[in-house]
Design a protein around this ligand. Structure first.
Ligand code: F3S
Length: 63
């Protein structure tokens, strides 16, 4: 599964980092790094992170 984070939306709320630290990493307040290719074992956590992001910046693809 691939994800994209709309970095123009991300405001550094860090819910994604809290829920899936293996995928998301925050540098400073708004510089978010992430792995766009999510391993199968982390799908649920990444979906939770996408749902928890207050500005809906995380877009989850199904391929
Ligand atoms: Fe940004 Fe949303 Fe994560 S605002 S830091 S993508 S919870």
């Amino acid at each position: 599964m691939r994800i994209v984070v709309d970095l123009t939306r991300c405001q550094g709320y860090a819910q994604c980092v809290f829920l899936a630290p293996q995928v998301f990493e925050l540098h400073g307040e708004e510089a978010l790094l992430y792995d766009p290719d999510v391993p199968a074992g982390l799908l649920d956590r990444v979906r939770q992170a996408a749902a928890a992001c207050p500005v809906q910046a995380i877009l989850v693809g199904e391929q």
